[in-house]
Design a protein around this ligand. Structure first.
Ligand SMILES: Nc1ncnc2c1ncn2[C@@H]1O[C@H](COP(=O)(O)OP(=O)(O)OP(=O)(O)O)[C@@H](O)[C@H]1O
Length: 240
């Protein structure tokens, strides 16, 4: 099966500042692929380029065999940004209905998807509330529901569980695993090491480069460590 995401020698500069330097990355169908790395290392910039919101200075990206950016690809890519992009004067339900209307969804399907997505993030009982009255965590949850609304083949999630309590975080991870079983491909950025453990593959980003990659067990073995926390110290050492 062809790879779902192919990032080919992508570099990005803002003015003189090199933020990404020749990134190569391949995500296979049905994988949960984690991008980990310190704040400012370039994860969000990379994710935006994969989604097609930003253009690389050099290199290119293909998703599901199509060169990014491509409007038709948006139907197949759910994106959850780090900053919530929600309408605060609308209710949760109206937000979901609005985003659902941007996609090709039959009316009956639309209702079903709104109910499913709201239930998944535990917002069913808050759907009639205006988003301006939501807490930060509730807004994150609604953003995740928006990313899932059109039942996309590929999910790109930029720190989806920040501000979400541990119980709900677990249920979201259970759902991500279920989506993976159904053949969805998931690219996720995280700072949380126990989430990194749950990924099939990891790439560690530092100063705009991938300094190491592999499955969590491969990385533990390679660096002779027991917890991924230590990888930052071992793989990220300036001597590497
Ligand atoms: N539009 C922009 N103009 C100038 N610099 C930018 C722009 N966007 C990002 N940067 C810079 O690029 C670097 C990488 O930022 P990015 O947001 O990709 O990092 P990150 O790894 O996602 O960090 P975090 O985990 O904190 O979100 C930072 O130094 C940031 O200041």
């Amino acid at each position: 099966m062809p790879s779902t995401i192919i990032v080919d020698s992508v570099s990005k500069s803002f003015g003189n500042k090199v933020v990404l330097n020749k990134i190569d990355l391949t995500v296979e169908p049905g994988q949960i692929y984690g991008l980990i790395g310190p704040s400012g290392s370039g994860k969000t910039t990379l994710v935006k380029i994969i989604v097609g919101m930003d253009r690389p200075t050099e290199g290119n990206v293909h998703v599901l065999g199509t060169a990014v950016p491509n409007l038709n690809l948006l139907q197949e890519m759910g994106y959850m940004a780090q900053a919530d992009a929600l309408y605060s004067d609308l209710t949760g339900e109206e937000n979901l209905a609005f985003f659902a209307s941007l996609f090709k969804l039959k009316k009956s399907m639309k209702k079903e998807r709104i109910a499913y997505a709201a239930e998944l993030v535990n917002l069913t009982s808050h759907l009639k509330k205006k988003v301006r009255d939501y807490s930060g965590g509730m807004k994150r949850r609604l953003s995740l529901a928006v990313a899932l609304i059109q039942d996309p083949q590929v999910l790109i999630l930029d720190e989806p569980t920040v501000g979400i309590d541990p119980e709900l975080r677990q249920s979201i991870w259970a759902e991500l695993r279920y989506l993976k079983e159904k053949g969805k491909t998931i690219l996720i950025t995280t700072h949380v090491m126990d989430e990194a453990e749950k990924c099939d593959q990891l790439a560690m980003v530092r100063d705009g480069e991938i300094i190491t990659s592999g499955s969590p067990s491969e990385l533990r073995e390679k660096y002779g460590i027991t917890s991924l926390e230590e990888i930052f110290l071992k793989a990220g050492g300036k001597s590497e």
